[in-house]
Design a protein around this ligand. Sequence first.
Ligand SMILES: NC(=O)c1ccc[n+]([C@@H]2O[C@H](COP(=O)([O-])OP(=O)(O)OC[C@H]3O[C@@H](n4cnc5c(N)ncnc54)[C@H](O)[C@@H]3O)[C@@H](O)[C@H]2O)c1
Length: 259
Amino acid sequence: MASEAAMPTPQGRVVLVTGAGAGMGRAFAHRFARAGDRMAVFELDHEAADSVSREVRALGAEALPLVGDVADEARVASAFDEVIRQWGRIDVLINNAGIACSVPTCELTAQAWQRTLDINQTGVFLFSRELARRHQHGDAVIVNVVSMYGEVAAPERLAYCASKSAVAMMTRVLAIEWASRGIRVNGIAPGYIETPFLEALADDGRVDLERIRARTPQRRLGTAEEMADLVFFIASPETGFMTGQVVTSDGGWTAYGYY
Ligand SMILES: NC(=O)c1ccc[n+]([C@@H]2O[C@H](COP(=O)([O-])OP(=O)(O)OC[C@H]3O[C@@H](n4cnc5c(N)ncnc54)[C@H](O)[C@@H]3O)[C@@H](O)[C@H]2O)c1
């Protein structure tokens, strides 16, 4: 049976989402807010943190905007201090912040390689470690936003694929390390999802959305709201026996092996 802390409470769970200012992170904040959960909105962009926090409040939930970089160790610790000062605990952590890195490998600079790993991988480590260090009792849930490109390969995406593949493994390592402490660790592996991240890649000519739709068995992109419903379910007590799993949601992309 799931313990009290993972169950919806009259005050709502305390949920921290990284990169919550746009795209999927914003949809996650909305989804949990609609269920009455309290939202810590961690985001690099100051205005985005404030505007998503206002949206959360408009949905009737409490919000705490937190501006920072997921790769900044000191800021991660101080953000947890702020959330715990405000609400006393964190029940759900969604490691969502991530950046694209789309460049032929011979032109990939060491700096761009490092920045991609810092945000996509080290950020997940820092936030997860902080949650576990502060976790005292009850259940807690971590959901990592990985990518189908943590499993299948794409050319000219070396740093991105490497970082996402690492997060898929980190999901399994942390799940088994912390299972006995009541911390579940799972992930989602989205395919192509309609967000500002994908729009920016399309605008730069790095992806061709028509070809992506044609290659996807469902013939469409996914939506941030679909990913939000999946993350909400994974964070719920209904999945209490599930840990160390990365669930793919890609319209059939990775299953497709025909010509
Ligand atoms: N969109 C897709 O097709 C797709 C597919 C698979 C996986 N993903 C992954 O999903 C996650 C979210 O993607 P999205 O499409 O919603 O992206 P997005 O660019 O639309 O939104 C990401 C948000 O994260 C914030 N952010 C970026 N770097 C940050 C940092 N260092 N610290 C704090 N916040 C930071 C951005 O300001 C932005 O608000 C990423 O990890 C991405 O790799 C996206």
